[in-house]
Design a protein around this ligand. Structure first.
Ligand code: NAD
Ligand code: DAU
Length: 335
């Protein structure tokens, strides 16, 4: 860990970025410079109570070359979480996804190249597309990129930029492709926090289609610990797959949330399915686990959901103000 002194965390005021910053502060002596545009998904409250002498927050856009160069000139590494991250939004307005996810990555890579600093790219399992529901197949590092949604297409494009900048210009970069995350500070537009907060305000959860789509759920703490391992031990030019092996259908996740929150198992509405809805994601993370000596600590979804439900129940101030707007937006999407 001594190889880094100052690390730029792009998108550090979002869900996973903020959990990463919290981990860095408690497990290293690095200084952190958060660069975040504070879109609807960025929230300074996610970084509350962190020591100001360790965490500097620069409000700005990763597409802004001057800003990025000015912070990169005195840093050792960039870890890029900054993105437009929600599939449903990408189906309605894709432009900002192209701008931030593709152009923003380009600007950060150019800065990493110019100042010869380490770059780590936080990406997703969705770049591989989806799998049939009733198989045990899982994506590996050899699987072809076949993204389905505007969001995942821009993430795939950004991964390709990283690979090209490493090969063409020798940028010291790594990529991690991670499964679905859950845990504290996740925006209430996403599946698990949306349903937990619906129940907390007495609204029926909303399930897309029949709910048979499968996601592989990894607690955000385990994602963050995986990224830390890549930063310490990752091979330049390599990608790493971070996943839990906990593949569960949406309806099963919802029934577990309903049970843990003392509601009947049929207390939800089926709503219109997401267009082009990816059926199943699964990653084979065996090689990452052995290469990095990493494995998730949350091996039981029930336990992770209990902790997450407790967090949302105890932090209503964090999410209550934004909840109505999110649900209004979903009604517009459905309309
Ligand atoms: P998020 O939407 O919660 O946070 C994104 C952050 O990026 C926000 O703070 C936002 O303000 C910031 N941002 C957006 N555009 C920006 C710009 N142009 N300049 C600077 N900052 C900008 O997202 P998340 O769920 O924390 O995801 C973080 C990263 O992890 C993304 O790259 C996403 O693709 C990837 N990922 C997410 C998951 C998941 O399940 N959430 C799984 C795998 C990979
Ligand atoms: O797989 C990693 C990806 O996981 C990340 O790259 C994305 O940034 C992240 O948003 C997430 O994408 P998903 O589309 O899988 O997550 P989302 O929380 O939007 O939805 C999870 C599943 O739940 C999906 O099958 C759609 C379904 N869903 C979602 C919502 C919001 C519902 O059934 N009802 C809902 O209200």
């Amino acid at each position: 860990r001594d190889q880094y002194h100052t690390v730029i965390v792009a998108g550090g005021a979002g869900f996973i970025g903020a959990n990463f910053v919290r981990n860095v502060v408690s497990t290293t002596n690095w200084s952190v410079v958060v660069v975040d545009k504070l879109t609807y998904a960025g929230n300074l409250a996610n970084l509350e109570s962190l020591p100001v002498e360790r965490v500097d927050v620069v409000v700005g856009d990763i597409c802004d070359e001057n800003l990025v160069n000015s912070v990169a000139s005195s840093a050792d590494a960039i870890v890029n979480f900054a993105a437009e991250s929600h599939n449903d939004r990408s189906l309605h307005a894709a432009k900002s996804f192209l701008k931030t996810n593709v152009e923003g990555t380009f600007v950060l890579l150019e800065a990493a190249r110019r100042f010869s600093i380490r770059y780590h790219h936080v990406s997703t399992d969705e770049v591989y597309g989806d799998l049939p529901i009733d198989t045990d197949e899982a994506f590996t590092l050899d699987s072809p990129y076949r993204p389905s949604s505007p969001y995942s297409a821009t993430k795939a494009a950004s991964d390709h930029l990283v690979t090209a900048w490493t090969r063409s210009y020798g940028v010291q970069a790594t990529i991690s492709n991670c499964a679905n995350n859950y845990g504290p500070y996740q925006h209430v537009e996403k599946f698990i926090p949306r349903q937990i907060t619906n129940l907390l305000i007495g609204t029926r959860p909303k399930l897309y289609g029949a709910g048979s789509n499968v996601r592989e759920w990894l607690h955000v703490n385990d994602h963050v610990s995986g990224i830390m391992r890549v930063l310490e031990f990752g091979r330049i030019g390599s990608s790493y797959l971070l996943s839990s092996g906990i593949g569960v259908s949406n309806i099963e996740v919802l029934r577990l949330v309903l049970e843990l929150m003392d509601h009947p198992s049929d207390f939800f509405d089926h709503v219109r399915d997401r267009p082009g809805h990816d059926r199943r994601y699964a990653l084979d993370s065996a090689s990452t686990r052995s290469d990095l000596g990493w494995s998730p600590t949350y091996t039981d979804l029930r336990e992770g959901l209990c902790d997450t439900i407790r967090w949302y129940s105890e932090n209503t101030n964090w999410w209550a103000a934004g909840k109505r707007g999110v649900e209004e937006q979903y009604r517009r999407f459905e309309g």
